[in-house]
Design a protein around this ligand. Structure first.
Ligand code: NAG
Ligand code: NAG
Ligand code: NAG
Ligand code: NAG
Ligand code: NAG
Ligand code: NAG
Ligand code: NAG
Length: 760
């Protein structure tokens, strides 16, 4: 009995550890390279080309560049293998970008040399042959700077003392110009060319730390010597602290100013499961909506995603160099041993593949654990190829959202492309508002493995986009093929016929005949440009070349709705969200810290009150004046449940409705926008001529309504009506009595006079 329990524990342990060694991350949009360039092999040629991914060699997509407008929303999608956002491991996902004039994809799959004499004009920084994502100087400084001696390296023997050598890279292998110490640790303490977008973590209590320590907002310092001096003096080591730096002749303790941009977003990671390159627990693609910052206009950039998973066997934030060789000192306590020696003797120490003797003397057998201390706590990574950022065209108002609509995946069946993915549109479902701009753009490749399944010329991928009646269908809209007129909601986005034919035939770059049935003679790259979606509607679309029911699905959908609706990911932190109609803020919802205990999807939607009035019998609604529209607050996975702390809502009042003037305004709650069951929710917290504020304690639909000329409020009105009714009936009764017996009141009056007199 005991033995079988033991086996289960051990098996679990071993399983857990094995997967540490293969928990990869693959970026799907923008296309992650996993160090590929354009090689036709299923595996990448050079795992060291640009960066240390520690991923499976088969991942990645071939090079292809897109551009994004500033202010546009880029859906960043990836898959990570060993779960995040659940209790199976500690995890952080760190999203960053770097830009620069010399950043390039290169033309060879070889790694850029560290020795610049091997590059064109003795200058690797500018040699167009080699891909470059970090600078020559960044790598040079890294290879000469003293490593941080306080870091926990377990029992790994680092073969050098500079930042090139880490627990995860003890041999100091060169990966492009990436600095291994900077790669493995975040936030990094010296200069890094990477600017932060977001940190998604299991432990949101660390968010305030990430937000204040991010190089976006905090200066960094490092010891610097001129490049020539470092190159000519190979034995030199740059100290990593100021006092030592000052002692080195010619060296300067140099400030790298903060990037001067917003702190990164930081929140709980969505739940993904182990051993599965898949979706979140909600069945959505693992993703982050990145708004491309305005300050990137005109830049060439790359995107980087790191996936950091750490074991729960030791405290990762307080285990340092003094715990090296044998594991953290607390290990013996944690496993119930009297001393470190006793724990060591039974194999309970953090070394490679220890053999543990669980039952002490009663049973001598040992079982080996699969531990690689270089990977017990490990960072995986993927990066995009180069992309370009263009300023938002002046024809697109700055208040309008621009939604990127791209294609992910590559040619092949699901087994052939794995761990990359088959084709899909990204996002699969685009949510636009009237006035939003949608920017369809994608790229393919001519050098996929020649034997991968797919339509069209072997080894190539191309994509197009044609209207489809509904997503379950596979044959494009016949109205197009019959050459009929496009009518409302018929062609994608209600865009003009020219756009629709361009999306179908990958023009306007003229495709001069040739084999176009399968788009073989079209180029890999296609850009429609940003197109306005003016009308509400829902459009499905299909890629005729790649969609092959039931073998492969390449479809997507665009929904444009005048409901002003947004979905936000929230956790236990404080947030403020706005619902806008594209130009003005209709509602603002403040979520106090602690309102939610774990990750939730908070949906906010504003529906005009006129839409309700049109659909509902207005008699069933209390009050007589709409002060606001209807705000719907939905929480996935928490339907109807009260918030731990009420949310504060601020809504604009309807034109001309001033709640401070002669009205009693109250807040009402409905289950849905159009349900007639309306309940009184509570009074306003505060009101101004243009805005009302109130608190809500659970999901539902809320609106403020008023009673003209009812100074005592809703309850007051009822009481007032009752009092009035009572008074009227008394008066009526009095009149009747008086008519029948005119002496009645005179007698009563005399009686009152007598009784008061008798008391005197
Ligand atoms: C990964 O987690 C470790 C703790 O286990 C931490 O020291 C390191 O800075 C993290 N690295 C990244 C890139 O997040
Ligand atoms: C600075 O670094 C040196 C080694 O490079 C170390 O001996 C010294 O203690 C460090 N000083 C501080 C203040 O950290
Ligand atoms: C990204 O934006 C889309 C469209 O607004 C939304 O449906 C989705 O939930 C968002 N995803 C995340 C993770 O924020
Ligand atoms: C559809 O896909 C299957 C499997 O990849 C392939 O055998 C078939 O030829 C494809 N159909 C067309 C019309 O290309
Ligand atoms: C084609 O468009 C017309 C309107 O022009 C519409 O009535 C008809 O239903 C459409 N055809 C199909 C197959 O949906
Ligand atoms: C298509 O329909 C629209 C709206 O009904 C009309 O204005 C336009 O002239 C039509 N175009 C053609 C080519 O029939
Ligand atoms: C789908 O693929 C199978 C083989 O994988 C093939 O037999 C079948 O014909 C394909 N379907 C189509 C529509 O091509």
């Amino acid at each position: 009995m005991i033995k079988s329990c033991f086996n289960i524990v051990l098996v679990l342990n071993i399983v857990l550890i094995v997967h540490f060694a293969s928990a990869d991350i693959y970026l799907h949009n923008p296309r992650g390279s996993n160090n590929r360039l354009d090689e036709a092999g299923r595996a990448r040629n050079t795992a060291t080309r640009l960066f240390d991914s520690q991923n499976n060699n088969r991942g990645g997509y071939n090079v292809g560049s897109l551009y994004y407008y500033t202010g546009s929303i880029l859906p960043i999608e990836w898959t990570n293998q060993h779960s995040c956002g659940d209790i199976n491991s500690h995890c952080e996902i760190v999203l960053q970008y770097a830009c620069g004039d010399d950043i390039r994809d290169g033309t060879t799959t070889n790694r850029i040399p560290a020795d610049r004499s091997r590059c064109l004009d003795n200058n690797c920084q500018t040699d167009p042959t080699y891909g470059l994502q970090e600078s020559y100087e960044h790598y040079l400084m890294c290879t000469r700077r003293q490593r941080n001696g306080g870091l926990y390296t377990a029992d790994q023997r680092l073969r050098g003392d500079t930042a090139r050598f880490t627990r995860q890279n003890p041999g100091g292998t060169q990966y492009g110009y990436e600095c291994p110490e900077e790669r493995d640790y975040y936030p990094y303490w010296h200069h890094s060319p990477w600017r932060d977008i977001a940190i998604l973590t299991n432990d949101p209590t660390r968010c305030s730390f990430y937000k204040t320590e991010s190089a976006n907002v905090k200066d960094r310092f490092e010891c610097r010597l001129p490049v020539e001096q470092l190159e000519s003096n190979r034995g030199l080591t740059l100290p990593s602290n100021e006092s030592e730096c000052m002692k080195l002749p010619g060296a300067k303790w140099t400030r790298q100013p903060a990037w001067g941009i917003d702190s990164p977003v930081c929140r709980t990671a969505e739940t993904t499961r182990d051993n599965h390159l898949g979706n979140t627990a909600q069945g959505k693609a693992v993703m982050f909506n990145w708004t491309v910052p305005d300050h990137l206009a005109g830049e060439k950039c790359v995107l980087r995603v790191r996936y950091n998973i750490s074991t729960g066997d030791y405290d990762r934030w307080s285990t340092f160099a003094e715990h090296n060789n044998g594991g953290p000192v607390e290990f013996y306590k944690k496993f119930g041993f009297a001393s470190k020696a006793a724990a060591d003797a039974r194999g309970f120490k953090l070394v490679n593949n220890p053999q543990v003797q669980l039952f002490g003397d009663s049973s001598k057998f040992k079982l080996q654990l699969n531990i690689n201390t270089a990977q017990f706590g490990r960072v995986f990574q993927d990066r995009s190829h180069v992309f370009h950022v263009r300023a938002r065209p002046s024809s697109i108002p700055s208040s309008a959202e621009i939604l990127n609509l791209n294609v992910r995946g590559k040619r092949g069946n699901i087994v052939q492309v794995y761990p990359a993915v088959e084709y899909d549109f990204v996002p699969h479902l685009t949510h636009a508002k009237p006035g939003s701009y949608v920017h369809p753009q994608w790229t393919g490749s001519n050098t996929n493995p020649a034997n991968n399944d797919g339509q069209g010329l072997a080894g190539t991928d191309r994509s197009n986009m044609l209207p489809l009646h509904d997503l379950a269908a596979n044959i494009p809209d016949t109205n197009y093929s019959q050459g009929r007129n496009w009518t409302l909601n018929n062609g994608i986005g209600d865009w003009p016929l020219s756009d629709l034919t361009n999306l179908a035939l990958l023009s306007p770059q003229p495709q001069l005949g040739g084999s176009m049935q399968l788009l073989n003679d079209a180029g890999t790259y296609f850009d429609l440009g940003a197109r306005r979606v003016t009308n509400a509607g829902s459009w499905s679309f299909v890629c005729t070349r790649n969609n092959n029911f039931s073998n492969r699905s390449h479809k997507g959908r665009l929904v444009c709705s005048s409901d002003r609706s947004d979905t936000h990911v929230v956790d236990g932190q404080a947030y403020t969200f706005k619902v806008t109609d594209g130009t003005k803020t209709l509602a603002e919802v403040t979520v106090p810290a602690g309102a939610f205990s774990s990750l939730r999807y908070l949906q906010l939607r504003v529906t005009p009150h006129s839409a309700k009035a049109a659909k509902t019998d207005s008699d069933s609604v209390y009050g007589d004046t709409w002060f606001t529209d209807l705000l719907r607050i939905d929480v996935d996975g928490q339907a109807g449940e009260a918030f731990a702390t009420p949310l504060l809502v601020s809504m604009v009042t309807n034109d001309g409705a001033d709640p401070t003037e002669g009205h009693d305004v109250q807040v009402y709650r409905m289950e849905t926008e159009f349900s007639s069951a309306v309940s009184h929710h509570g009074p306003l917290k505060s009101a101004e001529a243009t805005r009302v504020e109130f608190r809500v304690d659970r999901p539902g639909v809320y609106a403020a309504r008023g009673f003209a000329n009812a100074p005592f409020g809703f309850v007051g009105l009822i009481v007032g009506l009752l009092v009035a009714a009572l008074l009227i009936s008394l008066i009526v009764a009095g009149i009747i009595v008086h008519r029948r017996n005119p002496e009645f009141f005179a007698e009563k009056l005399r009686f009152v006079q007598r009784s008061t007199q008798s008391k005197v």
